[in-house]
Design a protein around this ligand. Sequence first.
Ligand SMILES: [Zn+2]
Length: 187
Amino acid sequence: MSDFSQEQVEKRAAIQKSASIIGVIVALIVGLVAYWILGSQNSGIRIGGSAVVALVAGFLVHRASFNSGAKSAKCANCGAAFSRSRTDRTEVLDSSSREEESETQEDGSTKVTTWIEEVYDVTETYTCSTCQDETTKTYKSNRRTGEEEKVIPAPKPAAAKGGQKTSGGDAEDAAPSGKKRSRSSRR
Ligand SMILES: [Zn+2]
């Protein structure tokens, strides 16, 4: 186990570091909650008890995080530990569509949100630093861009001139004439 390459040593240190950060955060949160729960105890039990609970929780989370990081860094091809790292990531736009969502507000106006929904094909490449074996993982990633919000005021009760008066927050009649309603399906 001592003949790790420089890459493996660095990889192990990086996994160790992120596991430590997560462990410390969890220990702090659990410690504070335990301190609060033990509020009726005397201060010795309160501090001691929450410290013990925090340490145990932090240790367990650190170990779980480290094991999971180590597992994903182990090369399936040659079996070397701490060898597999992400070496490349590419995104290709697969589809984009215009989406719209309207929501009736409490005062009767309508909030209309429009955006462009983009779907990307993401390819991640992992390379083993020991045997140079490459594996790829592909998945889809959704992203919203160009999000815009506008509020269409509630229809005025007096403005109903012979037209069908609708209730229930449909603000179509009060919408500016330039307003375009469109809904395109995903892909
Ligand atoms: Zn390998």
